[in-house]
Design a protein around this ligand. Structure first.
Ligand code: SF4
Length: 348
């Protein structure tokens, strides 16, 4: 489903909103898979699944702090298809197509059906860039969504990366196991086979996305020996309360997906309605700390605008005190404790 008329016909957009939505669709790509459309409560614009995928007129409002390239990918791209932000890892972006287009997407100006995928020659040049730099230890294959590539193309990329001696890890970032889980079939899983460690990071933001079909897709990947990580975005009106986050992270962990990052939303154009404040995000992380075990705790991170990297911005529970080496540590109920416990100047 990509066109306003299709969204209206499917009952996802009220007919009187069609004209406003048309302007949004002109500017930013729209796609909703049948799996995700099925989850949306019709007639409820505040439905957390609808919020993520159904276009909204507020996307036409751009705030001064918002940017077409909010995390500086362009500045850090030495050639097409590569983003090189940290010395030991690069992003490899073979395609710009996604199964769904998230309304808060940080790469919304680059992804979409008209987005430029790499030609065979461009992909080879990107691989040569990686081959020529022994400091690169990890390649993150992203996009767009690399799991929309044909298994044949995916296997060729995995094979080429697997043959680069200095790489330790090949990581895929994908929304497919949740948004179109039936695509994770035997051919796709076979395409991920490698001697090197292959990780798959799965993007999900609400426990309702974790359907039995998504669970089966994760099982197929896990049974092939692939470690699974969860990537989520903290989104107003979708998951910005402790109970919703708790259900999401418990659900992911129970599907063998370790919650890895909770991203603070980036300053992409037209996404202000999704952004909580950092204070709100930190307060939520504090609430989660006492409620769920470590395997359900992601790191709350902010990608600094301008391309300066991902920074943990969660609450801090340790405060230095005098004398040197003494600390005050906060427990899950908010009580401060001196550490070490018998330090004479830290016991009051
Ligand atoms: S799946 Fe990822 S890249 Fe694609 S629209 Fe959503 S956030 Fe953006």
């Amino acid at each position: 489903m990509r066109r306003p008329s299709e969204l209206v016909a499917a009952g996802l957009v009220a007919p009187e909103r069609e004209a406003a939505i048309a302007a949004v669709v002109e500017r930013f790509a729209v796609a909703i898979t049948p799996d995700m459309a099925e989850l949306i409560e019709r007639g409820d614009d505040s439905d957390p699944i609808a919020r993520q995928f159904v276009p909204d007129a507020r996307e036409m409002e751009t705030r001064p702090e918002e940017d077409r390239d909010p995390i500086g990918d362009r500045r850090l791209s030495p050639l097409k298809g590569i983003v090189h932000r940290y010395p030991d890892r690069v992003l490899l972006k073979p395609s710009h197509v996604c199964p769904v287009y998230c309304r808060f997407c940080f790469r919304r100006e680059q992804v979409g059906p008209g987005g430029e995928s790499l030609t065979a020659a461009e992909l080879e040049a990107a691989l040569d860039y990686i081959r020529a730099r022994p400091a690169i230890w990890e390649v993150i294959v992203t996009g767009g969504d690399p799991f929309l590539l044909s298994p044949r193309r995916l296997a060729a990329i995995v094979g080429a990366l697997d043959a680069i001696p200095h790489l330790g890890v090949i990581r895929f970032h994908t929304r497919v196991p949740v948004a179109a889980p039936r695509l994770v079939g035997p051919a796709l899983v076979r395409a991920l086979r490698a001697e090197k460690a292959v990780y798959v990071a799965i993007h999900a933001n609400h426990a309702r996305e974790l359907t039995p079909a998504a669970g089966a897709a994760c099982r197929r990947l896990a049974r092939a020996g692939i470690p699974l990580l969860g990537q989520s975005v903290l989104l107003k009106g979708v998951n910005d309360d402790a109970a919703t986050l708790e259900a999401l992270f418990r659900g992911l962990a129970a599907m063998r997906v370790k919650p890895y990052y909770l991203h603070h939303p980036d300053l992409a154009r037209g996404t202000a309605s999704f952004r909580p404040t950092l204070d709100e995000g930190r307060a939520l992380m504090r609430q989660l700390r006492g409620r769920v075990s470590g395997i359900c705790q992601p790191t709350y991170v902010l990608d600094l605008p301008g391309g300066y990297g991902k920074i943990p911005v969660g609450p801090c529970y340790a405060t230095p005190r005098a004398p040197a080496g003494a600390w005050s540590i906060e427990d899950p109920d908010g009580r401060a404790h001196p550490y070490p416990p018998h330090s004479p100047d830290a016991s009051d």
